[in-house]
Design a protein around this ligand. Sequence first.
Ligand code: ZN
Length: 245
Amino acid sequence: MDKIKEAADLILKSKKVFALTGAGISTDSGIPDFRSSTGYYSKMDPALALSKDRLLNHPEIFYKEGYKILEDLNDQEPNGGHKALAKLEKLGYLSGIITQNIDNLHAKAGSKNIYEVHGETRGTHCMKCGKEYPFAVMREKVEKGEIPPKCDECGGTIRPNVVMFGDMMPDDFERGARELDNTDTLIVVGSSLTVSPVNFLPNYVDHLIIINNDPTPMDRQADVVIHENSTIVLQEILKEIESRK
Ligand SMILES: [Zn+2]
């Protein structure tokens, strides 16, 4: 495909390349899009299930519904798309990833420089004293019926390190955006670029490659647009780049 060659050309001639990933990169790992209205999430509103209001005011429902989503994410494995990005970083063609996903799959695939702008589901922390606990510790407490789960140090409530509706954006957003100051090319993968403030990030770079199943509002600004399965496209781009060494 010519577009694969164009994308590879752009990556090879750029001094600094970053990726911005959204839910679409993880669908091949069996994780449905939070915002799609079918299947998995059709019976509940994830915006409500994973909201700070729910956590604080109805913890018994939060630790049943919202928490179940996080548990499921924790059990998935990275696909060829995550692995291709990790390989590009290892080979020196990619400087890092800004991700909207909370599924830990970039980390599991071996990527190193990751900015998780909506948090992650590996860790948890006490809302009162900040003490950190692995997700498994919280999981154990919840399974024992300790709802909400309590901090061993101060008795405060333990919550997941996920940015929920009603939370502020984490430091990773600022730090990730700063990386783009001197980035030439951004590869957008599996993001519809409709969620603020992440949808402003493509404006910080000179060149844009968009890989998404559906059209995005930024397609017209992009150098290369590929509306195909992101797992296959990323593997082909990696293969193309490796063939030119
Ligand atoms: Zn505490």
